[in-house]
Structure formats: C-alpha cells, structure tokens
Write a protein that binds this ligand. Structure first.
Ligand SMILES: [Zn+2]
Ligand SMILES: [Zn+2]
Length: 540
C-alpha cells in the first residue's frame, strides 16, 4: 500500500502524492478514529499524529485540508476496563468508581453511559473523548473532533443507512467474503433498545424501508464470555437510534465525511479494511480513501491496551520529554514496529537533537537522514527557531541533581552548553529539560537519581581520606577536567594506600550524603570549581 514511483525522504509526502493523484477537491479530508473505551494512550495518538503529518504536507503543497477525528461513541461498552483516568489524568483502578453501576451499562453505547467520575462530562464517551482531545492539544495538533453519535442523531447517516439496508442481500454477500457465519437473516444495523438502552442485546426482526425503521427484540447475549441480559422488550427504532456494524460504519463514514485519507492500525489491514473497500466500491459506489497502515508500538516492551490498563499517556510522557520529541517519534516511518523505551528515553532525545541539528546544518547524516530532517523538521516543531538551545538530555539529568538554578546555569555555561549571553527566555526554555530529566532519573531510579547536598553533610573521615581529599581539592583548583579528576581519584587512593571504593564513597558522602552516585570525577568536573574545592575541604 505504498506509492509506486519515486520515494520521498518523508513518508507523508508519498501519501500526499497518492492523494493528489486522485485529483481531490478541496478541502481534502483526513480522518482518524478511536472508540472512547477507556484511558487514551499514546498508541491512540497514531490516529491523530499520522494524519497530522499528511495534512501538514498537503497544506504545505497549497491545499486546504480538514483533519477530522471521529470519536466512535455510539459503540457499546463490551468490557469493563481495569483502570480509568479522571479529568486530570489521574489513573485509578476500577474500584475507585462505582463499578457496579458501570457494569449495569455493559452493552450500552458510550455516549449513553453516565460519566463514571460524576458530572465532569455528559457521558462516559464524552469523558474519554475529552481526554484524547486534550492530549492532541498538549501536542498542539489542531484536529476537529466529530462524535459519531452526533452524525447519527443529526441525520447525516440517514441516507447511507437506508442504502445499505435496501441492499441487505448484497451487503450480506460482500460480508460473507470476509467473515465466516453470515446468517441469511443478518441485518447490518444495531438498534439501541428503547427500554433498557442496550445495543448489544438487540436482534433485528424486521426492516421497514418506507418508514426507515427496524423492529427488534432485546435478548440475552454473551460477549467476551460475559453474559449481558436482554430486557425482553420488543420495539421499533429509527435509523438515528442505533448504528451500523463497524465494517459498514467505517465505509459509510468515508462517504458521509468525504474522506480522502485515513491511517489505521495493522489489525484493520486484514479485517475491516478489505471488506470496507468492497463495501465502498460495490455497495456505496465510492472510492475508499488512500490508506496508511501503521505498525503498533510498544512501551518498554509491552503492548498498550486501555481495557487491560497497560497505558502510557501523553501527559505522563511530557513529564519526561519535550512535546517536539514526542511529535518526532510519530514522524518516523509508520511501517516499522517500534518500542518506546522509557528506561533509555535519553537515546530518543539524543536522536531528536541530532535530527534538529541536521536541519540547521550543524550535524552530519546520511543523504536520507539529511533530507528527512530538511523536510520533516518544520512540521515537528511548533516554530523553527535557530536560537533555541537544547541541553543534552543526560547533561540535563546531571543538572537535575542540583537544586540551585544559578548553579545549574553556571554549570551549563562552563560546559559550553549554554552561551553566556543567552537571553533569559532562552535559558528558561533550555532549563525546562532539566526538570524533565530529573523526573526521568526519579522514575527510573538510575545513575542520575542523586541530590547534591547544598550544605556539607556531617561526615566522619579517616586521616588518610581527609588528606587525600585535601590533595584532590588542590588538584581541582587547577582544573575542572572531569576525566582528569576521575584519574586523580585512583592515583590518590594508591598514594594513600586506600581502597579506591572507600575514597569514592567518602566523596559520595560529602556531595550526596549517600554511599554511591554517578561517575564522580566527571560529575565534579561539571560542577562549579570553587564549590567543589570548598566541599572537598568541608568548608561549605
Ligand atoms: Zn468526566
Ligand atoms: Zn432492552
């Protein structure tokens, strides 16, 4: 499903070529979709970020583009999620809300289920849709959210539902090519029960194409090995009081919203995509959109899932990395499976920094890497700003061991990571990474998770240790080369006949009030020279 012909450095240009080849009318519509089933995790962001890059490239080529995101909130709750998130992204176990009340709503559309957190939103569907929209906003992605329930209730779907039900035989025949067990009396419509509100329990018993209604009865069903009781009601529902099954709803949405492009996960690539193509072409008489199949990614090696509660959210990641780094992650080739490794998130940040420097001609790369940076970078950052300073992430983690903001600035200047004449706003923006790297150090409890003591801890030293550290202080007065200080530790340990581990431990006690810490020589090289000398002499 990739473009024939020339390949661009940025995949979004290949998709844009395919869209342009169809000579679409403006505005070009790019769509994505998620069911608001639970906590939006970063896997869901594929549905927004992938389309964003295609939209951005098309806009750059002079097109008007509408990026639509449908929240499929007329889908019904099939399973209680193990964890939920409140309106402030606090993640809680199911037990923190009224789980019994929620359980009563199995089989009910998300837009008809009360908000489990009270009255912060109109419904369960609205609650989780709002979180996903907030995540997109945090990444500064402009997207128009459309609720599928509204598409039904406004009548936008009336005609396409009528057409599909008027050709139910053809619909069954197409569906049977793609899935087993399509009954002769299968009707591609799922009414909501007028009595109990459930949708998964209704069985259609008749269709009236003059009145645009279906008759149904509400019966017991089993979903995911869980029985959902029907209420026994027999009723009649209009086309606005239910929904098409997903395999039909997807192509119906392409028609109603005039969709030109849609990215989707590889789970759909072998299931609802091929059936959707046939339904679009043979039943609705429309062209399906230009597709983009994205590979899933894992976080720390684990698959993400809202229902099982394995989630990593956008606010959680923005605690650790700049928004641009996260946007960059989604600018990478969607055809490759990727793991977002939070233990080594420093490597992703380094990669982004190289990408950024390549754009400004300050780093080398292969032809492909240079061309990718040149094309994609302006879409990844909010603004192209050559004066922006990025502290290397691990260096930022070192600064994170220091509380004192002035000392942080001095250290960054000493190491050449911050120009001495940088404007206050530039300094402030650069130091934002220190807070992120410190949170990373705490989260991972790694080699940077230490706190420099502002005043000298009360430390007992042997005479030999005190004498060795006095000599080290004299040495640091002459240099702040971290490697040289590290080497000097070893020399002094030998001169004073001390186990080198003991000498380092003495240093850790002085600087961190701890028995271990980062590579001490290098760390001291990055600190303020006078501060180090005074501390080694236990004078400050
Ligand atoms: Zn809410
Ligand atoms: Zn019912």
């Amino acid at each position: 499903m990739t473009a024939e012909g020339p390949h661009h450095a940025f995949w979004a240009d290949d998709i844009a070529d395919e869209i342009e080849a169809r000579e679409p009318t403006d505005p070009i519509v790019v769509k994505g979709a998620v069911s608001p089933s639970g906590i939006p995790h970063i896997g869901h962001l594929n549905e927004i970020l992938r389309g964003y890059y295609v939209a951005a490239v098309l806009r750059d080529r002079g097109h008007e583009v509408r990026q639509v995101f449908t929240t499929d909130d007329r889908d019904a709750l099939r399973k209680l999620p193990r964890r939920l998130a409140d309106a402030d992204w606090n993640i809680v176990d199911l037990g923190a809300v009224d789980a019994a009340a929620l359980g009563e709503n199995l089989g009910v559309p998300y837009s008809d289920i009360p908000d489990p957190f009270g009255d912060c939103h109109d419904s369960y569907g609205d609650h989780f849709t709002a979180l996903l929209a907030a995540a997109a906003a945090r990444l500064d992605i402009p997207v128009e959210v459309v609720a599928t329930t509204d598409l039904y209730e406004s009548g936008a779907f009336d005609d396409v539902v009528h057409d599909i039900l008027a050709n139910a035989d053809r619909a069954r025949e197409i569906l049977a090519r793609h899935q087993d067990h399509v009954d002769d009396d299968y009707v591609p419509f799922m009414p909501n029960c007028g009595s109990c509100g459930r949708q998964l329990t209704t069985r259609v018993t008749g269709v009236d194409l003059d009145a645009d209604t279906v008759d149904y009865e509400c019966v017991d069903v089993t979903v995911n090995d869980q029985s959902i009781p029907g209420c026994g009601h027999r009723g009649t529902a209009g086309f606005r009081e239910g929904k098409l099954p997903w395999r039909f709803e997807w192509p119906a949405g392409w028609q109603v919203l005039e969709v030109d492009h849609e990215p989707f996960g590889k789970d759909h690539a072998e299931g609802s995509w091929p059936s959707g193509v046939d339904i679009a072409e043979e039943l609705l008489g429309i062209d399906p959109p230009v597709p983009l199949v994205y590979e899933w990614f894992t976080v720390d090696g684990e698959a993400l899932s809202s229902s099982s509660g394995v989630v990593v959210t956008v606010p959680e990641l923005l605690e650790l990395v700049d928004p641009a780094v996260l946007r960059y992650f989604f600018a990478k080739d969607p055809n490759k499976q990727r793991n977002l490794d939070l233990t080594h998130v420093d490597q992703l940040v380094d990669e982004f920094d190289r990408f950024e420097r390549r754009y400004f001609g300050a780093a080398d790369g292969t032809d492909q890497e240079m061309a990718f940076a040149e094309r994609a970078y302006p879409f990844v950052v909010e603004t192209v700003d050559p004066d922006r300073v990025r502290l290397p992430y691990r260096f930022a983690a070192v600064l994170g061991m220091v509380e004192d903001r002035d000392l942080q600035v001095r250290m960054a200047e000493n190491e050449g990571h911050l120009p001495p004449d940088a404007a206050p706003a530039v300094v402030e923006a650069a130091l934002a990474r220190v807070d992120r790297a410190r949170r990373w150090a705490r989260r991972e409890d790694n080699a940077y998770n230490y706190e420099l003591q502002a005043t000298c801890p009360d430390v007992e030293l042997s005479d030999a240790e005190a004498a060795a550290l006095e000599e080290l202080a004299a040495f640091v007065e002459t240099t702040h080369d971290g490697d040289a200080i590290q080497a000097r530790f070893y020399e002094l340990a030998e001169e004073y006949d001390l186990p080198v581990g003991d000498l380092f431990a003495a240093g850790y006690r002085l600087f961190f009030d701890d028995t271990e810490g980062p590579r001490l020589g290098e760390f001291l090289g990055e600190l303020d020279q006078t501060f180090v000398v005074d501390r080694l002499r236990r004078e400050a």
